[in-house]
Design a protein around this ligand. Structure first.
Ligand code: ATP
Length: 246
């Protein structure tokens, strides 16, 4: 049986009277790569915040690495790396110092990891540069490096491709594939760039107006596309009822 590392049971989130997440039940299997798709305001970031502990759900529960108790979930969160909305960076500190502080915070004893991650993310030559002088794409890459400092087993990235140029997108794809294949990292990625998600994802969840309206594997998606003759955007629009702008 495939190992489920995260499972949500009926997660709902209300902001005041507005129901942003409505009874969400999803499960993430070890080593799969999930594309999380939905139009603006569908609830992607809200769910990612719940999964990473930035937001308490109004109702519902979830298990993480087989643990259900809140105190155990708290401990298991150290195996999650994430970038949600703008990465939390100290802009007056260098890239290296930001990573080093994160390394100490998460308790990773490997002192080489910061330089290694700077190299992997193509930022080594800027290691001593203040983050306030970084471009958006450089901050984005540093944010992903920050998420990797704890050597996570589950990486949750909200719009990781935003702000990256085509070369960096392709390098990030290679890196994420490598993390998945060689380090067994499970990935949960949101993006509006469907063609890019398609190149990586093994599975998809489609969220619409706070509800999961579709879950399918990459093979199932391929079959749908070939039987309907639709492209990715057309399929997505047909699933969400034609009123999306993703
Ligand atoms: P996008 O693709 O634009 O980032 P999203 O799918 O990530 O959108 P969320 O940010 O999760 O969507 O927002 C879901 C809904 O909840 C939206 O209608 C949004 O306006 C609302 N919302 C989000 N955060 C808050 C908040 N702090 N207070 C009130 N409403 C909020």
């Amino acid at each position: 049986m495939e190992n489920i590392i995260l499972q949500t049971h009926g997660i709902s989130v209300k902001y005041g009277n507005f129901l942003a997440l409505d009874n969400i039940s999803i499960s993430l299997k070890n080593k799969h790569i999930y594309g999380f798709i939905g139009e603006n305001g569908a609830g992607k970031t809200t769910l990612m915040k719940v999964l990473t502990g930035l937001l308490y759900p109004t109702s519902g529960t979830f298990s993480l690495f087989g643990k259900l108790e809140p105190s155990d979930i708290l401990k298991m969160r150290r195996y999650i790396g994430s970038t949600i909305e703008a990465p939390a960076l100290y802009s007056e500190y260098s890239a290296y110092r930001n990573l080093e502080l994160q390394r100490i915070l998460v308790g990773n004893p490997d002192k080489e990891i910061c330089d290694k991650l700077l190299g992997i993310m193509g930022l080594f030559e800027f290691k001593d540069k203040k983050v306030s002088k970084f471009s958006m794409g450089m901050k984005q890459r540093l944010g992903i490096a920050m998420a990797l400092v704890s050597k996570p087993k589950l990486l949750i990235l909200d719009e990781p491709i935003n702000g990256l140029d085509p070369k960096n997108i392709s390098e990030l794809r290679t890196l994420l594939k490598k993390l998945n294949e060689e380090n067994d990292v499970t990935l949960f990625l949101s993006s509006h760039i469907l063609n890019e998600l398609y190149l990586l994802a093994t599975d998809y969840y489609i969220i619409h107006k706070g509800k999961i309206i579709k879950s399918l594997t990459h093979d199932e998606l391929d079959k749908k596309l070939s039987t309907t003759g639709q492209n990715l955007e057309e399929y997505f629009i047909s699933v969400t009822g034609g009123d999306n702008n993703a």
